[in-house]
Design a binder for this molecule. Structure first.
Ligand SMILES: Cc1cc2nc3c(=O)[nH]c(=O)nc-3n(C[C@H](O)[C@H](O)[C@H](O)COP(=O)(O)OP(=O)(O)OC[C@H]3O[C@@H](n4cnc5c(N)ncnc54)[C@H](O)[C@@H]3O)c2cc1C
Length: 301
């Protein structure tokens, strides 16, 4: 299950309230997204704009530590290339290691909202495979400062992202799988997929990956659709397709309560089919709300 840190100013209780009811299903891990800074421009009243840096959802590491401490379940922080220099990454990993968090999801991150394409930090990583490589160097005891002596090895297990409908920047699926293999070559041990609403896309993707020699687990990611505006928001944000049959059901609804019910039923069907196909786990994108996830897992597990 993936959760988001609460908006800055909220407390952690909302996270616990959402996780509590799901613990009876013994999730093998809970991963927590990472949200880098955004730039907002404020009008100064004199025709000038002032650039302000804001982080709306800080707290990824603290939430992971709190989850591990409270529930004794593996908490997996997402870690990004974007906004991090290599030294920031190393220090972030040292904090995780000290906290006993030894599982991470290594991601590149997207472009910041005011920019058209992803730009790495000057001393940062351009792609997730480079980040995976840095994490595994630390596992071998190789820190950035080559002159350091008596250094400890870390023990991180690293997951990476993949896209059954292809990453939107990739020219084609073959190229995307080629670079996915690069992340595995650097040491990634499992894959979590972007959300998809048609299982055929996942099955086809897994088949292509296996044909390319990828043998690590490919964990399917599911998101129950919950509001009418997600019909346009999900394709825009996550670059995924929604099946016609799902859209037809949603456009007939009168309110979001009905949309949520359809989303739950659709996700139950997807989950049951995936479970029957013996996928390693099912990863639910909760986006901070667990009521619909609870209905799904009750029905499926
Ligand atoms: C499960 C999951 C969780 C996510 N969690 C977060 C989160 O917490 N925070 C957040 O900000 N974003 C998150 N994202 C979004 C993610 O950051 C974006 O999708 C981002 O655009 C790509 O990240 P990546 O790790 O897949 O990138 P990469 O694997 O680096 O790939 C990015 C693109 O570059 C290509 N590519 C890869 N390596 C190379 C190379 N060496 N040379 C040339 N081209 C290359 C790939 O084919 C792809 O098109 C998540 C996505 C998923 C699927």
């Amino acid at each position: 299950m993936e959760i988001l840190p609460p908006l800055k100013g909220q407390n952690i209780q909302s996270i616990f309230d959402n996780i509590d009811p799901l613990m009876e299903f013994k999730p093998p891990f809970i991963d927590v997204t990472y949200h880098r800074e955004e730039y907002v421009y404020k009008e100064m009243g004199n025709g000038l704009l002032k650039k302000k840096v804001v982080r709306k959802r800080p707290g990824t590491v603290g939430i992971c530590a709190a989850i591990q401490n409270k529930y004794k379940v593996d908490a997996i922080p997402h870690i990004l290339c974007g906004g991090f220099t290599k030294e920031d990454t190393e220090n972030f990993l040292i904090d995780l290691d000290f906290l006993g968090i030894d599982n991470v999801m290594a991601l590149r991150g997207d472009a910041v909202k005011s920019e058209s394409s992803f730009k790495p930090e000057k001393e940062g990583h351009c792609y997730a495979n480079e980040l995976v490589s840095q994490i595994y160097s630390l596992n071998k005891g190789k820190y950035l400062d080559k002159e350091m002596e008596n250094h400890c090895k870390t023990n991180f297990c690293v997951g990476v992202a993949a896209y059954p409908e292809k990453h939107f920047e990739s020219p084609n699926m073959e190229s995307d799988i080629h670079f996915l293999k690069q992340k595995i070559k650097e040491g990634a041990e499992y894959i979590v997929t972007q959300m998809f609403f048609d299982n055929k896309k996942y099955f086809d993707f897994v088949e292509k990956c296996r044909a390319e020699g990828i043998i690590i687990p490919i964990i399917p990611g599911l998101k129950p659709i919950a509001t009418n505006n997600q019909l346009s928001l999900l394709p825009k944000t996550f670059k995924v397709d929604l099946p016609e049959a799902l859209i037809k059901q949603i456009v007939k609804t009168k309110n979001n309560a009905e949309v949520k019910q359809i989303g739950v039923e659709w996700c139950i069907q997807q989950s049951k089919e995936l479970k029957a196909a013996k996928v390693p786990f099912i990863h639910y994108y909760s986006m901070g709300k667990s009521d619909n996830i609870l209905k799904i897992v009750r029905e499926v597990f």
